[in-house]
Design a protein around this ligand. Structure first.
Ligand code: APR
Length: 243
């Protein structure tokens, strides 16, 4: 005997910097490859940190303060609304290190590139929640060493929760990519994986991205405008999840 089909499809939403752009958080690649005026190699690689740890810690302290003063926009809120209806049939996988999804109400959420609001102890591996600055080299609350860095995944490092994400992507009925350029793997490869497993794929982005496979449904516009519209369509039954 087979079980009844689920009332709601399983949905995986991948988000990138574009969803937080309308909250005033700068994206990575929209300003000539510079991130807030810094070369990515200087502030987002282990080598850059080794060369100048204080500059890197200061850079993320600034980003942490910037994210704390930003507020979730209508796109973050719409995804929280969708989770209210789909429950654990919705997984949001974000590449963003800000906490705007959780402040909007999302709970079933994976930060694959880490979080500004956590530190990572290079000495003992602890990942304590962190709200203050790291530039003045505070002690790790676990081991007492002054070896804390931001808990963000840099180029050359392994993203978090890859098994959980891949299992969700191959099992989902709908895969949605929001506000990401599709330039960074493994996240950029998830649309092809989802499509190979017969998911319907949707892109909601300011402009069509450089995705490896075409999306079934691609919509261009600001996330804060087009995400709530798509979510309303899904919740009203006006959008069909089948391919
Ligand atoms: N609404 C929707 N999309 C937007 C908006 C907006 N208001 N503004 C910009 N975008 C789109 C851009 O067109 C672009 O396709 O968001 C995307 C942002 O791309 P990136 O800056 O490359 O950010 P992202 O894809 O999240 O980067 C991935 O790269 O540097 C690493 O680890 C970092 O997580 C980051 C990863």
């Amino acid at each position: 005997m087979t079980g009844a089909p689920p009332a709601f499809p399983r949905v995986v939403v991948l988000t990138g910097a574009g969803i937080s752009a309308d909250s005033g958080v700068p994206t990575f690649r929209d300003a000539g490859g510079l991130w807030e005026g810094h070369r990515v190699e200087d502030v987002a690689t282990p080598e850059g940190y080794e060369r100048d740890p204080v500059a890197v810690l200061r850079f993320y302290d600034d980003r942490r303060r910037g994210a704390a003063s930003a507020v979730p926009n209508a796109a973050h809120r719409a995804l929280a609304r969708l989770e209210g209806a789909l429950g654990d049939h919705l997984l949001v996988v974000t590449q963003n290190v800000d906490d705007l999804h959780e402040r909007a109400g999302s709970r079933n959420l994976v930060h694959m590139h880490g979080e500004l609001r956590r530190a990572l102890c290079v000495s003992c591996g602890a990942r304590p929640e962190w709200e203050g600055d790291l530039e003045d080299r505070p002690r790790c609350p676990e081991c007492g060493e002054r070896m804390l860095r931001p808990d963000v995944v840099w180029f050359g490092e392994l993203p978090y929760d890859l098994d959980r994400i891949e299992n969700a992507v191959v099992a989902c009925d709908v895969f949605v990519s929001i506000g990401t350029s599709g330039a960074v793997y493994p996240a950029a490869g998830y649309v092809a994986l989802a499509a190979a497993f017969r998911a319907r794929t949707v892109e909601l982005n300011l402009e069509p991205s450089d995705a490896v496979v075409p999306f079934d449904d691609a919509r261009a516009g600001r996330a804060s405008e087009i995400v709530p519209i798509w979510v309303d369509e899904v919740l009203s039954g006006g959008w069909t999840p089948s391919r």
